[in-house]
Design a protein around this ligand. Structure first.
Ligand SMILES: NC(=O)C1=CN([C@@H]2O[C@H](COP(=O)(O)OP(=O)(O)OC[C@H]3O[C@@H](n4cnc5c(N)ncnc54)[C@H](OP(=O)(O)O)[C@@H]3O)[C@@H](O)[C@H]2O)[C@@H](O)CC1
Ligand SMILES: [K+]
Length: 466
């Protein structure tokens, strides 16, 4: 992408300068060793070394291998006139700070033991672009013997243009340290040329309907939930999440179990009529099926919802019901598995979680929201959103039910499935962050309305609206 108008040489110069700037801003002058690989990542390292030396810092370079003659990286290497030392453990251990410019985006296999040992010998590490054993596209660690090896972690990673999935996704996220993304003046057309298909979740990227004076409950959207007899709590939590995030009307269809739900919130409508009768009401377009349901209860509801052409979000019990026959879920709009449910439905995802979620979405032709510390929201057309707008406070039983309710509300408000899921994940995360320390799951509801208002305001601000 860098072969366009501006040229890789100028970009490398700015990249190396940005690394030197970031180091100067965060550390007092100290003995720096820059470890340089043979490619352009190494080229950035030589540039950074030159700028640090110019600023009066004691700098040495250790080259794993010289850049190929005639390359831009070779040119950058030639412009560093400071001291070269051997690429070994002793050199790394002697330095106060090691800048790792061994491999970046070009890493395609596990680095040698030599590289790993030298990196591990450093007292403090800063990465150019990425730690040299991180797969930037997946967040996987390309480390041989990962079970027996302590993987070194970094104080900071200085990347360029935009963060890579490897900075956002675990396990790499936990070793990258502070991620600084430097603007190196990459022209917009080059960025567009790279055709991004993965984004970091933010309200700028989707629009939730705002409140309007002519709203009525049906224009805001009706969320219907299937309620079971055995675990009514899950459905009630989902219903509460749906109401708190702004649904116009929330109804639970519970058949003979209706009484268990009628003791709940008075604003919740509970139906005991059989499902076919309820489906005659075309306004009940969006259904959440799964929280708190047994396989038998899912069997009694979900196929009918799909036959009736409803927009269905399937979670929890509905995912268990499809265990072994994933095709049973064909026709649903959104599924929200955690990693265990995902593995049962689609097999072990391997080290490329986002790729696995994307493949699952394509296979089942529905949105797959794979829940985790960083949730992955994949659309069947290949778009992937990473949601790190979340809090460990959300790691509690019932939190997923609330999330499902919020997404159902976004669907009922008329948002397309992927955007609704992205919005739901963000609102849920925002509520988790606002709910303070060790909140009970019900506490999330208190913050969902404000989270929705904030998302609407942030979207408007990002698009220049007042
Ligand atoms: N794109 C842009 O606009 C900009 C990019 N910029 C910078 O460029 C970086 C990407 O540079 P890059 O493409 O040259 O790849 P890079 O990471 O240096 O590695 C390739 C070399 O490493 C080798 N190699 C790989 N794995 C190996 C292993 N395990 N063990 C041993 N060798 C291994 C590989 O060897 P080969 O596979 O060919 O044998 C090849 O020689 C990017 O991260 C950023 O820092 C900035 O300047 C700003 C503008
Ligand atoms: K690196």
């Amino acid at each position: 992408m860098a072969s366009h108008s501006i040229g890789i040489e100028a970009l490398m110069e700015r990249a190396g300068w940005a690394v030197a700037q970031a180091v100067k801003t965060r550390f007092a002058p100290c003995r720096v060793l820059v470890l340089c690989g043979p490619g352009n990542n190494g080229g950035d390292g030589y540039v950074a070394a030159r700028y640090l030396e110019r600023a009066g810092w004691p700098v040495q370079v250790a080259a794993l291998a010289a850049p190929r003659a005639g390359t831009i990286a070779a040119k950058a290497a030639a412009r560093f006139h400071g001291r070269h030392v051997v690429f070994d453990q002793e050199s790394a251990a002697r330095a106060d700070l090691v800048i790792d410019a061994v491999f970046g985006a070009g890493l395609d296999r596990a680095p040698s033991d030599e590289v790993m040992t030298v990196l591990a010998s450093a007292k403090k590490r800063v990465a150019v672009d990425l730690p040299s054993f991180v797969n930037g596209r997946t967040g996987a660690l390309l480390v041989e013997d990962s079970a027996s090896r302590d993987v070194p972690d970094y104080l900071m990673s200085v990347t360029f243009v935009r963060p890579k999935p490897g900075h956002v996704l675990y396990p790499a996220r936990s070793i990258c340290g502070e991620v600084i993304c430097a603007d190196i003046g990459m022209p917009e057309d080059c960025v567009a040329h790279a055709a991004p298909d993965m984004w970091l979740n933010h309200p700028a990227l989707w629009a939730i309907p705002a409140m309007s004076p002519d709203d009525h409950k049906y224009s805001r959207g009706v969320v219907s939930l299937c309620g079971g007899a055995v675990m009514p709590g899950a459905t009630r939590l989902a219903a509460a999440g749906a109401r708190a995030s702004g649904a116009g009307l929330v109804r639970i269809s519970a058949g003979k179990a209706a009484q268990a739900y009628r003791l709940g919130a008075p604003g919740l409508v509970v139906d005991d009529a059989p499902l076919p009768a309820l489906l005659e009401d075309e306004r009940r377009e969006v259904w959440l099926c799964g929280p708190g349901l047994t396989p038998e209860e899912v069997e009694a509801a979900l196929p009918s919802l799909l036959r009736a052409g409803r927009i269905v979000l399937a979670d929890a019990g509905a995912l268990g019901w499809a265990d072994g026959v994933t095709e049973k879920l064909r026709g649903v709009s959104v599924i929200t598995p955690h990693i265990g449910e995902f593995t049962k439905l689609f097999g072990a995802p391997g080290s490329d979680l986002a790729g696995a979620a994307r493949a699952a979405a394509e296979k089942l032709d529905c949105v797959v929201l794979l829940k985790g510390a960083v949730s992955i929201i994949a659309a069947p057309d290949g778009r992937v959103m990473l949601n790190d707008h979340a809090s460990p406070a959300l790691a509690t039983a019932g939190s997923g039910d609330t999330l499902a309710g919020v997404i159902a509300t976004m669907l009922a408000a008329g948002m397309p499935a992927w955007e609704a899921s992205c919005a739901g994940a963000w609102l849920h995360g925002e509520a988790g962050m606002k709910a303070g320390n060790w909140p009970v799951v019900e506490a999330l509801d208190t913050h969902l309305g404000d989270a929705r208002a904030l998302a609407i305001a942030l979207h408007a601000a990002a698009h220049g609206q007042v």
